[in-house]
Design a protein around this ligand. Structure first.
Ligand code: ZN
Ligand code: ZN
Length: 265
């Protein structure tokens, strides 16, 4: 089984705790061969979280850690861009400054509303919120300037179980369009393992949607822990590789200069 983890955050992200080097050392210690460091660049908080500085710091720290661990680990220099279409000119500009190996695209909130993490789902129209979320994801896929689509079912992580929709049937047309868009553009769908460490207890997307992607002809996946601290590096990856294999996936993608290499699972 190949050893990789293609989604993690360092202390260059507002919510990360450990340095890039500490994350790399944790990966080496766990026998992981390939990682991507993917610190946040969330456009709705561009000013308040001082992302102009963070992006530069993240780039320097990643490069130092990569150099320091050369020969022991391959480090893809990545970024997780949240809401890339909120300020498209700035997105384009920032993605042009450094030559990233791997770009994750995500949507953590609607417009400038709070991250779904902070939403009180007792007080919002959940169905409408999820309608808008998947519409936003579809726009991102149509834009297409990324390597892999992060945690497709992100809002579901935070909806209390008692309020959670029973299934995805209301959104299957949108999900189909999203997945077909990824396939057409040769982009990856991420299987994010962080839910395995949370109350929801499943990957994002979870098994029914991973199967659906496969049935539509999806082949390109990336797998990442979304670790925000060194102890979580590699968490849930082996279990998720097994799940992907059970569904019929033969490969997972890792990236260099935004070009995929397929690792046999
Ligand atoms: Zn994310
Ligand atoms: Zn993340």
């Amino acid at each position: 089984m190949p050893q990789f983890d293609f989604h993690m955050h360092t202390d260059s992200s507002p919510d990360g705790t450990d340095s890039a080097l500490t994350m790399c050392e944790a990966a080496i210690q766990k026998g992981i061969e390939h990682i991507a460091i993917t610190d946040h660049l969330d456009f709705p908080d561009y000013e308040t979280d001082r992302y102009a500085d963070r992006v530069e710091r993240a780039w320097e720290e990643m490069n130092l850690a990569k150099k320091e661990t050369e020969g022991q680990l391959t480090v893809a220099l990545g970024i997780e861009i949240g809401s890339p279409l909120l300020m498209p000119t700035l997105t384009k500009q920032i993605l042009g400054i450094h030559s990233y190996d791997f770009v994750l695209a995500s949507l953590h909130q609607l417009g400038r509303e709070p991250d779904f993490y902070f939403v009180d789902f007792n007080k919002v129209d959940i169905l409408k919120t999820i309608d808008d979320y998947f519409d936003g994801i579809l726009d991102i896929v149509e834009w297409g300037q990324f390597s892999s689509l992060a945690h497709l079912t992100y809002p579901f992580r935070y909806i209390p179980q008692a309020l959670a929709p029973a299934d995805y049937s209301r959104w299957m047309d949108k999900i189909d369009a999203i997945m077909k868009g990824l396939i057409q553009k040769n982009l990856s769908l991420e299987i994010n393992t962080s839910g395995l460490r949370k109350k929801i207890g499943v990957t994002s997307p979870d098994l029914p949607l991973i199967k659906h992607y496969k049935e539509l002809g999806g082949e390109m996946i990336t797998i990442g822990s979304d670790a925000h601290r060194a102890t979580d590096v590699g968490a849930g990856i082996e279990e998720t590789i097994q799940l992907a294999k059970d569904v019929g996936f033969k490969y997972a993608a890792i990236y260099k200069k935004q070009k995929p290499t397929m690792l046999t699972l």
